[in-house]
Design a protein around this ligand. Structure first.
Ligand code: FES
Length: 277
C-alpha cells in the first residue's frame, strides 16, 4: 500500500499527487514510468514519473481525469492509500552529453517532460522549452519549468497565454531563425510529436519522442504496447517509452490508440451503473 502525501488540482481535471514510494524514488530517472492499481479489483494504468525526491522518498504523478481509473484515483485524498504502485519501469531517457536541447511539451505531456528538463538544466545543458495547451488553465508547471530552463516559450490554442497557436509554430520559427540544437525532445499528443519530428527531420536534428500506447502489464509480456519503429516492432514498456521520432510509425500508433475508445466509454458507463446498485 502506498500513501498519498499531497494532492493538488493544477488545471481543469488535472491532478498532481505525491506518493510515498521510497524504493522507487531511490532509483527513478527521467523518462521512466510507474504502473498503479487503485484497488484490488482495479485495472493497471501506466503514469509517467513527473518528479521524484530521493530524500523525501516520494514520486510525483500528474494525471488528467479522462477514464474510469483516473477518475477513481482522483477521488483519493492525502492519507489514503493506492493499492499497487510498481516501478520505475521503462528505459531512462538518454540525456547525457548534450550541448543544446529543445524540449517541446503539449498538454499533459508537459508532466513527463519536466524531469527531463530539470535533469538537463542541472547538468548545465542549455535547454530551451516550448510548452503548449488548449488554454492558459491547462498550461501546467510553467513556473517550475521557467526556473529550470534557459528560455521558455508558451503557446495556447485560444491565445489566453503566450503565442496563439501551436507549439509547432514556435518550433518552426526557432529552426528558421537558425537556432541549432543537438537534440529535440517532444512529448505530447501523437499528432504533435509527428509534426515536430517531421520538421526536425528536415534539419537533421536527432529527435526523441515518448510513446504512450495502451499498456496492460508494463513488463513486456502482453504485447499491448507494441510500436513500430524503423520497420521493427518494439514494446514501449520495456524498450521505451522514448524512441527515435524520425523512425516511429505514427500513423499506426494513432490507429491503435483509437481502437479502445469505445471500450473505455463502455467501462465508465458500466461502472457508473454498478455503483448505483
Ligand atoms: S504493456 Fe504489455 S508488453 Fe508492454
Amino acid at each position: 500500500m502506498f500513501e498519498i502525501m499531497e494532492k493538488r488540482t493544477i488545471g481543469p481535471g488535472i491532478i498532481l499527487m505525491k506518493v510515498k514510494a521510497p524504493l522507487i524514488a531511490g532509483k527513478a530517472m527521467p523518462g521512466q514510468f510507474i504502473m498503479l492499481r487503485v484497488s484490488e479489483e482495479g485495472e493497471r494504468i501506466p503514469l509517467t514519473v513527473a518528479d521524484y525526491d530521493r530524500g523525501e522518498g516520494s514520486i510525483t504523478i500528474i494525471f488528467q481525469e479522462v477514464g474510469y481509473t483516473t477518475k477513481e484515483l482522483a477521488r483519493l485524498s492525502p492519507g489514503d492509500f493506492i493499492r499497487d504502485f510498481a516501478g520505475p519501469l521503462g528505459m531512462p531517457s538518454r540525456l547525457d552529453g548534450q550541448g543544446r536541447v529543445l524540449c517541446v511539451g503539449g498538454g499533459v505531456g508537459i508532466a513527463p517532460l519536466f524531469p527531463q528538463i530539470k535533469y538537463l538544466y542541472n547538468q548545465g545543458t542549455d535547454v530551451d522549452v516550448i510548452i503548449g495547451a488548449r488554454s492558459s488553465d491547462y498550461l501546467i508547471l510553467v513556473d517550475e519549468i521557467r526556473d529550470s530552463s534557459s528560455n521558455i516559450y508558451l503557446a495556447t490554442d485560444d491565445g489566453s497565454l503566450g503565442h496563439k497557436g501551436f507549439v509547432t509554430d514556435i518550433v518552426k520559427r526557432l529552426l528558421e531563425d537558425d537556432n541549432r540544437y543537438d537534440l529535440v525532445i517532444a512529448v505530447g499528443p501523437l499528432v504533435m510529436m509527428r509534426a515536430v519530428s517531421s520538421m526536425t527531420k528536415e534539419y537533421n536534428i536527432p529527435t526523441t519522442v515518448s510513446m504512450n500506447p495502451i499498456m496492460v502489464d508494463g513488463t513486456g509480456m502482453c504485447g499491448g504496447c507494441r510500436v513500430t519503429v524503423g520497420g521493427k516492432v518494439y514494446y514501449a514498456c520495456v524498450d521505451g517509452p522514448d524512441f527515435d521520432g524520425h523512425l516511429v510509425d505514427f500513423d499506426e500508433a494513432i490507429r491503435r490508440q483509437q481502437m479502445y475508445r469505445e471500450e473505455e466509454k463502455e467501462a465508465e458507463h458500466n461502472c457508473r451503473i454498478l455503483s448505483k446498485i
